[in-house]
Design a protein around this ligand. Structure first.
Ligand SMILES: [Zn+2]
Length: 172
C-alpha cells in the first residue's frame, strides 16, 4: 500500500499494485486509447465495470472524428451510466480510464453517481507528455472533491504502458 489521503469527500488511494482483475480492465482502457488514436482521435479510452467484474460499456475519445470537444470517453460513459444504471448500481460501478478524468468529465462522473475511478496516467503526467499543449487548468480531482458523496479514486498505474500510446502524438 502507498499512502492514502482524504481530499474533501474524495478518497484518493495510491496503491503500489492493482489486483489482477483491475489490471486487466485498466489494460483494456489503454488498448482503447490506442484504438482511438488509430481512428484519428486523441489517445484516450475508458470502460465501466460492474460489481462482479463484468464490462458494462466501453468508449473512446472521438473529439476529432465527431468534431465535438465534449466527446471524451469518461463523459460518454457517465451519460451512459445515468441512462442505464440505478443509483445503487452506479455506486457499485468502477470506471477504468487511460488517463485521469478532466474537470468536465469529473463533473459528469459526480452526476452519474459512479463509486470508483481507476486511472493510468495522472493529469500532471499527461501535461508532461504534451509539452506545448497545456492542460485545461482546473484539475478533475478538485471537481470530484466538491461532490456531496464519497468517491474512490485510484491511480496512477501502468504509467509506461499508458504513456506509450501517447508517444509522438502531442509533438507532431
Ligand atoms: Zn474529459
Amino acid at each position: 500500500m502507498g499512502h492514502a489521503r482524504t481530499h474533501g469527500l474524495v478518497s484518493v488511494i495510491r496503491v503500489t499494485e492493482l489486483d489482477a482483475r483491475d489490471e486487466l480492465h485498466l489494460r483494456r482502457a489503454i488498448e482503447l486509447s490506442r484504438q482511438a488514436r488509430t481512428a484519428g482521435d486523441q489517445p484516450f479510452g475508458s470502460l465501466l465495470v460492474g460489481q462482479s467484474g463484468e464490462v458494462l460499456a466501453e468508449d473512446v475519445n472521438t473529439e476529432h472524428t465527431e468534431r465535438d470537444i465534449t466527446a471524451h470517453p469518461e463523459l460518454k460513459l457517465a451519460r451512459w451510466a445515468g441512462r442505464k444504471l440505478s443509483l445503487e448500481e452506479a455506486a457499485a460501478t468502477t470506471m477504468f480510464t487511460s488517463c485521469e478524468a478532466c474537470a468536465m468529465c469529473s463533473g459528469a462522473i459526480l452526476a452519474s453517481g459512479l463509486g470508483r475511478v481507476v486511472y493510468a496516467l495522472s493529469a500532471p503526467q499527461l501535461d508532461e507528455l504534451r509539452r506545448g499543449s497545456p492542460g485545461k487548468g482546473v484539475r478533475g480531482i478538485d471537481v470530484l472533491a466538491q461532490g456531496d458523496r464519497p468517491i474512490l479514486v485510484e491511480g496512477p498505474f501502468l504509467l509506461e504502458e499508458a504513456a506509450a500510446e501517447h508517444s509522438g502524438y502531442w509533438l507532431q
